[in-house]
Design a protein around this ligand. Structure first.
Ligand code: SF4
Length: 422
C-alpha cells in the first residue's frame, strides 16, 4: 500500500474495491483541522435540505452565504463557533454564565457548527441543546468519583488509540476531532483539546493489531468523530479494515449526522456502501435534534443499506423525562434509526451537573416498556467505572420464584405466575 504525502481533492471519484494503491492520503496530519479543510477546499455538495429555523438563522447571521457554502460540511466546520465572543452573537452576553470568566478560560473549549447553532438561537439558556454543548462554570466543579478517563480505556490499549476491552471486538480512536463538543463527553480527555486528526500513519499499528488477532470480528471506529475525516482518509481506513478476512463488521460511532448533516453527501454514502456490512451508531440527545436536515442525512444512510442505531446519554435537565425520551425514540424510528443504548452519564470531571440517579434511568425504561413498540426501547446501561464494560440495568420484571412458578411483574405493575418447574 502506498501512502503519498499529499492531499488530493476530496471530491475526486473515490477509488473502487480493495485497491488501496490508488488512494492518496496524507501520511501525517501536521496542520490544524481548519487548515486541512482549507487545503482540500472544495465546497461543492449535493446536500440541499434546509429546515425553517435554519433559513431564519442564516438570513440573520450569514446573509451573504450561498446555499453551496452552507450545505458544504467543510464550510460548516470552518465557520464553527469556537469562542464565546462569536457565540455571544447568538445569545445575550448576560445569558451566558460568567461570560468574562469563560471567555478567558482555556479549560473550556467549545465548537458548534452554524447548523447546530441555528437550533440554539433564540432559546432560553436552560434549553436542553444549549446545556449539552455550551460550557458553564459548573464544568470546573470536581465531585467524588469523577476522573478524566473513568472507563480506564488508556490502560486497555495494546497499541496507541485502540481499546481492546471485550474478547471479539475493539474500539479504534481514529481521530481526536469532533465537529461539535459535547460537555459530558466520556473521552473529553482526548477530544476536548481540539486536537487535529491523527493522520493515516497513526492508524498503522491499530490496523496491524486487528490483522494479527483473528479473534477480533468487530471494530468500532470512534474518536473523536470518524465522519470528520475527509472521504479519502476514511475510505483508506475502512478499506484497510475490510481487507482483513476475519473482521465481520465495521461500526462507525458518530454525531456528525446530527450536528453536521451536510456531511452525508451522496459521494460519502456511495463510498461507504462498498464496505458492507457496515453499521452506524449515531449519538442523539434530544427530539429537537431531529430536523428536516437530519431526516435527509439518515435517509441517505439508510438507503445505502447501513444499519443505524442511536446512542443517547441520559442527562439531567436535558432528556431525563419519560415524555422527552418517548418523543425522541418515536422520532428516531420514523427516520429509520433504532434506539440502541441509553447510557448513564459517565463520571468525567465536572459532570455532576449532568448525572442523574440510576433510578431515573429505570423510571424512563419503565415508562417506555409496554407503552410503546419494543423497537423503540433502548438498553439502559452503565459503563462500569474502572473498565468493567457495559452493564445492563433492568427494572425488576422478574420477581423471583414460588415453587414451580416464576413470579413476573408486567408493565402495569400487576404480577403473574409462569409455570417453570425447577
Ligand atoms: S461527538 Fe462524541 S466524541 Fe465528540 S465530543 Fe460529543 S460525545 Fe465526545
Amino acid at each position: 500500500m502506498s501512502l503519498k504525502n499529499e492531499i488530493s481533492p476530496q471530491d475526486a471519484e473515490p477509488p473502487s474495491g480493495q485497491d488501496l494503491s490508488s488512494i492518496e492520503v496524507v501520511l501525517e496530519t501536521t496542520t490544524s483541522e481548519e487548515q486541512l479543510f482549507i487545503k482540500t477546499e472544495n465546497l461543492s455538495s449535493d446536500f440541499n435540505v434546509t429546515g425553517f429555523s435554519t433559513v431564519v438563522f442564516r438570513e440573520k447571521f450569514f446573509p451573504l452565504v450561498t446555499d453551496r457554502q452552507w450545505n458544504s460540511w467543510r464550510w460548516q466546520i470552518q465557520n464553527s463557533y469556537t469562542n464565546f465572543r462569536k457565540l455571544s452573537e447568538l445569545f445575550e452576553i448576560s445569558s451566558i454564565d460568567d461570560f468574562d470568566f469563560l471567555s478567558k478560560s482555556r479549560k473550556l473549549p467549545l465548537r458548534i457548527t452554524p447548523y447546530y447553532a441555528s437550533l440554539l438561537y433564540g432559546k432560553p439558556k436552560d434549553y436542553a441543546l444549549i446545556k449539552a454543548v455550551v460550557p458553564t462554570r459548573l464544568e470546573l466543579i470536581m465531585s467524588q468519583g469523577e476522573e478524566s478517563d473513568p472507563l480506564h480505556e488508556e490502560s486497555m490499549c495494546p497499541v496507541e488509540n485502540l481499546v481492546h476491552r471485550y474478547p471479539d471486538r475493539v474500539l479504534m480512536l481514529s481521530t481526536g476531532f469532533c465537529s461539535v463538543y459535547c460537555r459530558y463527553c466520556t473521552r473529553s480527555h482526548m477530544v476536548l483539546k481540539d486536537k487535529k486528526h491523527f493522520g493515516v500513519k497513526a492508524w498503522e499499528k491499530s490496523i496491524g493489531y486487528i490483522r494479527n488477532n483473528p479473534k477480533i470480528r468487530d471494530v468500532i471506529l470512534s474518536g473523536g468523530d470518524p465522519l470528520t475525516l475527509p472521504d479519502k482518509h476514511l475510505e483508506f481506513l475502512i478499506s484497510s479494515l475490510r481487507s482483513i478476512p476475519h473482521l465481520d463488521i465495521i461500526r462507525i460511532g458518530t454525531k456528525v449526522p446530527v450536528v453536521t448533516p451536510q456531511r452525508i453527501t451522496t459521494q460519502l454514502v456511495k463510498m461507504l456502501k462498498k464496505y458492507h456490512p457496515l453499521y452506524m451508531s449515531i449519538h442523539f440527545t434530544h427530539p429537537d435534534e431531529i430536523t428536516a436536515e437530519v431526516g435527509e442525512a439518515c435517509r441517505r444512510i439508510a438507503d445505502a443499506g447501513i444499519v443505524m442505531g442511536s446512542q443517547t446519554v441520559l442527562l439531567k435537565g436535558v432528556n431525563d423525562k419519560v415524555d422527552i425520551m418517548k418523543e425522541l425514540v418515536h422520532k428516531l424510528l420514523k427516520i429509520r434509526v433504532r434506539p440502541y443504548y441509553l447510557y448513564q452519564c459517565d463520571p468525567i470531571p465536572g459532570s455532576s451537573q449532568f448525572r442523574t440517579p440510576v433510578t431515573k434511568g429505570l423510571e424512563i425504561i419503565q415508562g417506555l416498556r409496554g407503552f410503546t413498540s419494543g423497537y423503540a426501547i433502548p438498553h439502559y446501561v452503565i459503563d462500569a467505572p474502572g473498565g468493567g464494560g457495559k452493564i445492563p440495568i433492568l427494572p425488576e420484571y422478574f420477581q423471583g420464584r414460588d415453587g414451580d412458578n416464576v413470579i413476573l411483574k408486567n408493565f402495569e405493575g400487576n404480577t403473574f405466575k409462569y409455570y417453570d418447574p425447577v
